[in-house]
Design a protein around this ligand. Structure first.
Ligand code: AQP
Length: 333
């Protein structure tokens, strides 16, 4: 059975983009794969983070949300990245394998560091090396990723290949991106050209998975649109990013394509369509929010799931990373 690894940063409250673009697929993969899912708190500190317990609480909340979405932590593994040392150990080796030129080509660093490159953390720069370590520490070969992470996966394969070549071995396997049907990229409700993101300053830009029905309805009602009614064919969505985004969300929730949504709703004004979309969202998200709340009523139960997951994750990763260290040639007196 193919082993799958994926992770989410505890940088805020999980949102509809995380759900439709990732979590829903992670749940589906559990039927056919051995899945290792991780709340990647080491990645979360590559950009500004709040001290004083916030990171720990956000990690716990993200884990609760994954459980509420249907991650089965008994049959599969769910844990917090920083509690399995193998990630950081292997990442250091990969820092010494990856070439500066390779990292310089990573578009996500350029996007995230922006104009303030000199002030970005060195952790943000070597983030793809840690991501390679996350996957390869488990010899995972399948990674469900969006288009934006493809470049990082290619880098992970380059790192694995160079390690294997330098050590004269075939130790690390090749990683394949798992394409999960039309993976929707959910865009901001305020700007259809920007992706929906936890760290967007405006809460109105996203649907949090914890939002109550009134908040969801209000955010959808206020979502930016244009004055035209919905087109009746998918090509009518070209150059209408906000309309395309709302139709895309509806299509993803109903597991149909844009054309099917427009066959039913084409020609209608946004007022009517937004009401239908809000009702659909509330219907799908209300049980998830309720289950996450129930789990967080007893935080120690979520912590216990993560503790157990960390032990089982370490049992897989520790021997793999120990072997990588042996191949590098460290003295083990
Ligand atoms: N808007 C989105 N549409 C579709 N998929 C998305 N993902 C995130 N945003 C969208 C997918 O969710 C998984 C976990 O992502 P992450 O939270 O670890 O990192 P991110 O992509 O950087 O997400 P955010 O919300 O934008 O976080 P911040 O604001 O902290 O940077 C990934 O599989 C991602 O593709």
């Amino acid at each position: 059975m193919q082993r799958v690894f994926s992770g989410v940063q505890p940088t805020g409250i999980a949102h509809l983009g995380n759900y439709l673009g990732a979590f829903r697929n992670w749940v589906a993969l559990q039927a056919s794969h051995e899945c290792i899912y991780c709340v990647v708190d080491l990645h979360a500190i590559t950009e500004n983070w709040q001290t004083g317990g916030t990171l720990a609480q956000q990690t716990r909340e993200m884990a609760a949300m994954l459980l509420a979405c249907g991650i089965d932590a008994q049959k599969h593994i769910l844990f917090a990245q920083s509690s399995v040392r193998a990630h950081a150990q292997l990442a250091w080796i990969f820092n010494c394998v990856a070439r500066i030129g390779w990292l310089n080509r990573m578009t996500q660093f350029k996007d995230k560091a922006g104009k303030n490159r000199e002030n970005a953390s060195s952790g943000l720069y070597v983030y793809p090396n840690l991501m390679a370590a996350d996957i390869l520490a488990y010899h995972a070969t399948g990674v469900p990723v969006g288009e934006d992470q493809r470049q990082h996966l290619e880098l992970a394969n380059d790192i694995a290949q160079k390690f294997n070549h330098d050590c004269g071995t075939e130790f690390f396997p090749r990683i394949e991106p798992l394409i999960m049907g039309p993976a929707p990229r959910v865009m901001s409700l305020r700007d259809g050209t920007k992706k929906m993101s936890k760290s967007d300053a405006s809460d109105q830009s996203r649907i949090n998975l914890t939002d109550d029905p009134d908040t969801i309805a209000l955010k959808i009602r206020r979502a930016k649109t244009d004055p035209e009614p919905l087109p009746s064919e998918a090509r009518g969505l070209e150059h209408r990013p906000e309309a395309r985004n709302l139709v895309g969300i509806y299509a993803a929730l109903e597991s149909v394509d844009h054309a099917a949504v427009l066959r039913e709703h084409g020609g209608k004004g946004f007022g009517t369509f937004k009401d239908t979309l809000a009702a659909l969202l509330i219907d799908k998200l209300r049980p998830i929010a309720a289950e996450a709340r129930r789990l967080l009523d007893d935080p120690s139960s979520v912590d216990a799931v993560l503790r157990d997951g960390a032990q089982r994750a370490a049992a897989i990763a520790d021997p793999i990373v120990a072997e990588a260290e042996r191949l590098v040639g460290f003295l083990r007196p």
